[in-house]
Design a protein around this ligand. Structure first.
Ligand code: UDP
Ligand code: MG
Length: 302
């Protein structure tokens, strides 16, 4: 099978059938064989019962609500396609363009649909918060990330399989997957997409989910690139300590102040922790990581 489309659903009655119809029409018109894995994340509005009985649709039902990350993870684990597509069931993403997204994946490990505009509830809080996190993540992953939390993407299942156990249950799971790919040398490309107004209510809680989101970005860095997190802190502490030391020596006649010693010790501690963290990451590297798409040889026999 070529493509598995994972569709997490939590109370999307009213437009779920339309969304599925849109996906089916696009996929039927494409050359790809496919399945849609609908994960009902404990919906209570009866929307899932309205779904037509189609042979391409597999339904997984959670007895209670666990979060879109948990739903995406379960759907991806069950996926039989070589390529997995993530999207929402809320009419926001251009799901009629899924075949195009899969075309773009040739020679790449992930294609992300980058939204041209940010919509949704609480824009005043959400837009600056997401911008800040995106800048932080771009710095930590050493690459520009046009849209860190887009829910519309296609990727190679074998690559993602290595990180599924790291996906959090909540919304930051899409960010986690992007950062997992980027931090481990896999290629991610972006394609601009339009983002339509949402049908139904968003499940994003502005404060709870934002705090969790920042924590998850920091966690990702500590997991794969701890030097990127600790080194700047150590360097700032060390430089201030060294500066203060010179000042003490010059102006205080060789007597070193207590705060100078504290600064230098703090810098030394941070650098030591950084080295230990880095060692843990190196030790945890997998012996048989999946090769990135661009390293696959042209002739499989060779
Ligand atoms: N969703 C889910 N479980 C949840 C919350 C959301 O399965 O606890 C689904 C939801 O039905 C949608 C997708 O995950 O298909 C993304 O959720 P939503 O659109 O509310 O988030 P946003 O796009 O606003 O970040
Ligand atoms: Mg959505």
């Amino acid at each position: 099978m070529d493509v598995s489309i994972v569709l997490p659903v939590f109370n999307e009655a009213g437009h779920l059938v339309t969304e599925l119809g849109r996906i089916k029409a696009a996929m039927d018109a494409s050359p790809y064989t496919y399945e849609v894995v609908v994960v009902d994340d404990g919906s209570t509005d009866g929307g899932v019962e309205e779904l037509p009985d189609l042979k391409q649709v597999r339904l997984v039902t959670f007895p209670h609500n666990r979060g879109s990350g948990a739903a995406r993870r379960a759907g991806t684990t069950l996926a039989r396609g070589e390529v997995v597509v993530w999207t929402d069931a809320d009419m926001t993403y251009p799901n009629d363009r899924i075949p195009e997204l899969v075309d773009l994946l040739a020679g790449w490990d992930m294609v992300v649909g980058a939204r041209r505009v940010e919509r949704g509830t609480r824009r005043l809080v959400r837009v600056p918060a997401k911008w800040l996190i995106r800048i932080l993540a771009s710095f930590l992953a050493r690459t520009r990330i046009p849209d860190l939390n887009s829910g519309f993407r296609a990727f190679r299942k074998v690559v993602a399989g290595q990180y599924l156990h790291l996906l959090p249950a909540g919304f930051s799971c899409v960010t986690t997957l992007t950062m997992s790919f980027l931090s481990n040398g896999y290629s991610v490309r972006y394609t601009p997409i339009d983002y339509a107004p949402r049908a139904g209510r968003s499940k994003f809680h502005w404060w709870k989910d934002t705090v969790f989101y920042i924590r998850q970005v920091v966690r990702m860095v500590l997991l794969w690139n701890p030097l990127r997190f600790f080194a700047p802190i150590g360097v700032v502490l060390g430089a201030s300590g060294a500066g203060k030391l010179v000042y003490d020596l010059v102006t205080k006649d060789l007597r070193v102040a207590t705060n100078t010693v504290v600064l230098l010790l703090a810098a030394a501690l941070v650098l030591l922790v950084a080295l230990v963290a880095d060692l843990l990451v190196q030790l945890n590297r997998s012996r048989d990581a999946v090769l990135p798409a661009h390293t696959t040889p042209d002739d499989p026999a060779g």
